[in-house]
Design a protein around this ligand. Structure first.
Ligand SMILES: O=C(O)CCC(=O)C(=O)O
Ligand SMILES: [Fe+2]
Length: 235
């Protein structure tokens, strides 16, 4: 993990001219970075205090050439996360008495699953109450896996209130995401969260989002819930 944080610090320290080639042009760019802008969501305007790098890493792997070791560490880490995702989906199927083989192998197609690697760099902010790292949102995919450099910032919404949700350094925090909520027909709720910034320390978080295969989506689960006499949470 510490190697990955080192590589990420190195990436964000690259000259702007080097990073510019990856500047986000469209949402589907396989490698994209960006920084400090204003976001408008649900009639609210936020000043975003962060720099980010996002990579599509599975089924096709994309990564900048610099810094040199980045490719290897991202490849190793995301491969390990795919194994973990599969185990967690198997556990969810077991708990809900869904046929694992059918859902994990045939429908979710974890071998060709979609995977996104994202790093957020939140420099210390002179006016933390006037800015935000990332505004409130839920993540796409089945699960997201989050690690950070030991600086607090993640908050989770529960019953309309925000709570600090900082995991210990060197641990992986797992969040349920949108397609898991659909797949389980609402039993696992996609967690609404945001990242706040602080005046004292730079923060880095590394987030890996794992979805089912692009061609599979989690429709299989829906058919199952309908068969069991439940109304699906999506049409
Ligand atoms: O930095 C964090 O703690 C949250 C990051 C996040 O929610 C995201 O990248 O989707
Ligand atoms: Fe998120």
């Amino acid at each position: 993990m510490s190697e990955m944080f080192r590589e990420m610090v190195e990436f964000f320290s690259l000259a702007d001219s080097e990073k510019q080639q990856y500047e986000a042009k469209s949402a589907s760019d396989p490698i994209k970075c960006g920084n400090f802008n204003v976001a408008n969501t649900s009639n609210q305007s936020f000043t975003l205090w962060r720099e980010y790098l996002k990579l599509y890493v599975h089924p096709d792997f994309h990564c900048p050439h610099q810094p040199q070791l980045l490719r290897d560490v991202v490849q190793e880490y995301t491969q390990m996360i795919r194994v973990l995702t599969r185990k967690l989906i198997e556990a969810v199927c077991e708990a809900l008495e869904l046929n694992q083989r059918r859902y994990v192998d045939e429908i979710l197609k974890m071998e060709s699953s979609f995977q996104l690697f994202a790093t957020n760099y939140y420099p210390r902010c002179p006016q933390p109450d006037q800015a935000i790292g990332i505004p409130p949102h839920t993540d796409h995919g089945l699960f997201t896996f989050l690690i950070h450099n030991g600086v607090a910032g993640l908050q989770i919404e529960h019953d309309g209130k925000w709570f600090n949700a900082d995991s210990p350094k060197n641990s992986i925090l797992v969040n349920a995401a949108d397609q898991l909520e659909i797949f389980t027909n609402g039993r696992c709720k996609s967690v609404k969260h945001r990242a706040v910034v602080n005046e004292e320390k730079d923060r880095i978080s590394i987030v890996v989002a794992n979805g089912p295969s692009g061609e599979a989506v989690s429709i299989g689960g829906l058919r199952w819930w309908r068969k069991m006499g439940e109304q699906s949470i999506v049409q």
